[in-house]
Write a protein that binds this ligand. Sequence first.
Ligand SMILES: Nc1ncnc2c1ncn2[C@@H]1O[C@H](COP(=O)(O)OP(=O)(O)OP(=O)(O)O)[C@@H](O)[C@H]1O
Ligand SMILES: [Mg+2]
Length: 263
Amino acid sequence: MTKSDMTSDMAPARPKLFIEHLSVVFNDDIPAAIGDVSLQIAEGEFVAIVGPSGCGKSTLLKVVAGLQAARSGTVEVARAPGGRDPKIGFMFQRDTLLPWATVTSNISVGCELSGVPKDKHAERIASLISLVRLQGYENHYPSALSGGMRQRVSLARLLAFEPDLYLMDEPFGALDYQTKIVMGRELLRIWEASRRSIVFVTHDIEEAVALADRVIVMGARPGRIVASHDVMFERPRDPRSLRGDPRFGSLVQTIWSELAIDD
Ligand SMILES: Nc1ncnc2c1ncn2[C@@H]1O[C@H](COP(=O)(O)OP(=O)(O)OP(=O)(O)O)[C@@H](O)[C@H]1O
Ligand SMILES: [Mg+2]
């Protein structure tokens, strides 16, 4: 038996996230928030979701995180290596920082939950603060930060948790263009080193194409998947230089037109 025969005999790798025939209904008098969505995300895959406001993107992430009940369907997150429960990290659309805690203390919550030994926390927090460019703000409270700065603290807290599955709901929505590009590049760098699965919701089609392996396009009323595109660019990527590639512009245009059809 050749090696390739052996490989083909092996069971296919389990997806990290398995969603089948999912539906979520908030009110029976209006179309389902999510109607019959099926989606599989592979171990280490970076998937972006785009779609009009109200099409169920946040609801989908909340169901995966166990924060929202489904009407019907299946949602499974594969176990982590060694058989432990998977750590699901959620970066919410609205920031959920603790208002009474400083930047350092907010990030330390992620460390506490991560299982990283306590004597490593201070070093880890310092490196994350530098990663999200918040040096000098360590002792500030969220109320003294801009929306974009709060979002960067949320990102640092998420990274401190070291999730097996990242659920990111418009994580860079409050950032200026330049910081968004820098944060996207940093996220890719971290992801390329650790290869955890990411579901990344965004309204920015260019950001989706620049970062993801696959872009899922959702439509509304009921919330559903209308298209899925594999992104052809090789890794590692520099999101900024990709934007000059004609294939980049062409995929962005295609996704634009799919979103327009649903208007
Ligand atoms: N807790 C809730 N109770 C009732 N309806 C809800 C609730 N949460 C969401 N919905 C409804 O479900 C639909 C999908 O909402 P969701 O927040 O998932 O949209 P979204 O795609 O994330 O939109 P946006 O891009 O604006 O963030 C909307 O019609 C919304 O009104
Ligand atoms: Mg949302």
